[in-house]
Write a new protein. Sequence first.
Length: 324
Amino acid sequence: MRQPLLRIQIEPTNRCNFKCSYCRRTWWSRPNGDMTLEKFMLVLDKVPTVPRIHLQGVGEPLLNGELSKMVRSARSSGARVGTTTNASLMTRNTATELLNAGINRINLSVDTLDPLAFQRLRAGTTVTSVIRKISALADIRSKTRYPDTQLALALVVTPYVLEKLQDIIQLAANLGLDEVYIQNLNSVFLTTNNNDLQQLCSIDHEKYREATLTAGINAKKAGIRFLAPDIDCANHSYRCQWPFHGCNITWDGFVSPCCLQPDPDLLNFGNLFETDFETIWHSRSYRDFRARVTADCEPVCAECPARYGNMWHPSADPYAKYES
């Protein structure tokens, strides 16, 4: 391997109980399905030992009833394990199962505290219900003392988030969470236009700087972390490191070099249920793709916000310290 494999993202399911207007899965026609525990164990057997495994894809991980067993199995491989959830299905029993399984991080995707905006953007439940379930999760973690489990609010940068960012920081602190992080909206791979995208992408840079600066100060006072990407300028000397240090494995076994382009019909280098990992990882097509990324001429990556490291704050990006 050219560089060490640092992280694998495995998709427990591509089903979701939300229909977010700015999510690719809302608009595509791929068949829905879950990765079985048996298939998950096969993935763990086939891939090299990695320090981090994230159980997430384009679906809601909690829809897979085997998620806590997957966490336990992945932890037994020696990896630190996380997931990202919309929290709408986070019952007290589910929270306890995940914590007891040894999960190291849960990203709680909220995106807005505005009830009307939440209903429009994330149809499926109410923001009040989601916050109540996040509160229960944090309460269980606190009372049962799981010091090695981090809880973070995860939000996409939109005008709604900037307007309520200080309230979001305060909410996270009140709930006893560890972190709030925001990321730039990735609309590049949407296959259709929709009415929300233009509004969501209309970010005033001066307001962004002011809001994130104040949020950083307030978060520090509250004793939690706040991470925000640089919205002004990308580092053109940087290249996205997913193709070199990580990969995405879909519920049906397809291996992709990208966490932001999750459609294997458009980008994959083989199926792990049909081929061994080393053959896929070292294939000519995979190596050619990496060469195009290094040369900054891969068409798939042309408009992606992660291309030059402008998707996340460097501390939220597991590959930011690596340069190709």
